[in-house]
Design a protein around this ligand. Structure first.
Ligand SMILES: [Zn+2]
Length: 379
């Protein structure tokens, strides 16, 4: 049935946290606050709230020779220098956008396990490709039956290593960055533990399916407990990249309750929460409306902005362009689509941001400028 779980895996752009600019005082634009190791925010006054861009590690590797792999994860000094290079390179690539930084200073950049963070914490084997984020292998059925959420998150790998590196960089650079940890979505992580058989488990409503979903929720709660001990981040995402594969009926039956418990726990710990749904959003709206109110939603390319904006009238909405679509689109297609986005969102531009995510070597880089120029002209 489902053949392409990997293709439906969580994408990068939930790190749209870079777009959560609580203050929109652009004259005080500080690249360190608005750019991350993967996300770059346009530092100009726009007709919408914000615009962000990110590139796949494979793009960086092929175009700039950057080595990811173990070195990028385990050598914090190397990572800091690499990120300085990235900020300058993105600034140079789009000089009109005030993006990245022409003169980047060293900043505390945490190690990023991307989608493999949860599986690593649960003991799955991790691979470190030189041109990608770390990737995890599925656990065996017997491993899942024995699997336990670590009692002490702070001492468990890879969290202990991530926390250690942030503390080390804080000392070395005289900074005070909080070593916040992240939890991928319930189904996202459950799928990365169990593989595509999870869908059969959930359809069957069997014990193994429930166990994997419960492990995923429990890991989320322990991560949030740790984050609360550091002061809790402003916004925590609930990432549902894989809900698209499950479909709305199975989502309602097998996942919604876990998302509700996770969202409530996030609020209880003092963060706002964001729904990240990079698939088509429309069919999920009535289900997501059963969750507590999100401060922000991220929706995929084939979603109606108008429906999303009306369904969540108090939320910020981040619209994510589809990477496969951008690869095949002409400049004219991108212009028309950007105009359509602005038309759909008319009256709500103050709570709209756009993300152009996961650009790879075959994505035309000029499309970023087409989106920007269309917005400026159309506004
Ligand atoms: Zn996603």
């Amino acid at each position: 049935m489902v053949t392409n779980i990997r293709g439906a895996e969580p994408q990068r752009h939930f790190r749209g946290r870079g777009l959560i600019m609580k203050s929109q005082k652009l004259p005080e634009w500080k690249p360190a606050e608005h750019n991350t190791d993967v996300n770059f925010a346009v530092g100009l006054k726009l007709p919408v709230r914000a615009m962000g861009v990110n590139f796949m590690p494979s793009w960086w590797h092929r175009k700039h020779g950057i080595e990811f792999g173990e070195r990028y994860i385990f050598d914090p000094d190397y990572r800091v220098e690499t990120v300085r290079y990235k900020w300058a390179a993105v600034h140079k690539l789009y000089p009109e956008l005030n993006i990245g930084d022409p003169d980047p200073q060293p900043e505390v950049i945490p190690a990023d396990y991307h989608n493999s963070l949860g599986p690593a914490a649960m003991g799955c084997e991790i691979l470190y490709p030189v041109d990608n984020y770390p990737v995890s292998k599925y656990a065996s059925r017997s491993d899942i039956e024995k699997m336990r959420v670590p009692d002490d998150i702070e001492s468990a790998f890879p969290y202990c290593e991530m926390i250690r590196q942030v503390k080390y960089l804080n000392r070395a650079l005289n900074k005070d960055k909080k070593p916040f940890l992240f939890k991928n979505g319930i189904l996202n992580d459950a799928l990365l533990l169990r593989g595509e058989e999870l869908f059969l488990d959930l359809l069957d409503e069997n014990e193994l399916g429930r166990r994997v979903m419960e492990l995923s929720l429990e890991l989320g709660r322990r991560v949030l407990d740790y984050d609360a001990s550091c002061g809790s981040p402003a916004v925590m995402p609930v990432c549902n990249c894989t809900a698209e594969v499950a479909g709305p009926e199975l989502y309602e039956r097998a996942q919604l309750e876990y998302d509700r418990l996770l969202a409530e726990y996030i609020l209880q710990k003092g963060s706002d929460f964001m729904i990240h749904h990079c698939g088509a959003f429309d069919r999920f709206i009535k289900h997501y409306q059963k969750l507590p109110k999100p401060a922000m939603i991220q929706i995929g390319h084939h979603s109606s902005l108008r429906l999303a904006l009306d369904a969540f009238p108090d939320a910020l909405v981040d619209y994510c362009f589809s990477t496969p679509w951008l690869i095949s689109a002409s400049a004219g297609d991108v212009k028309n689509h950007t105009e359509k986005i602005l038309d759909d969102a008319r009256g709500d531009w103050h709570r709209l941001s756009v993300s152009i995510g996961d650009l790879d070597v075959n994505t035309p880089e000029g499309h970023v400028m087409v989106v920007y120029e269309t917005m400026m002209r159309y506004a």
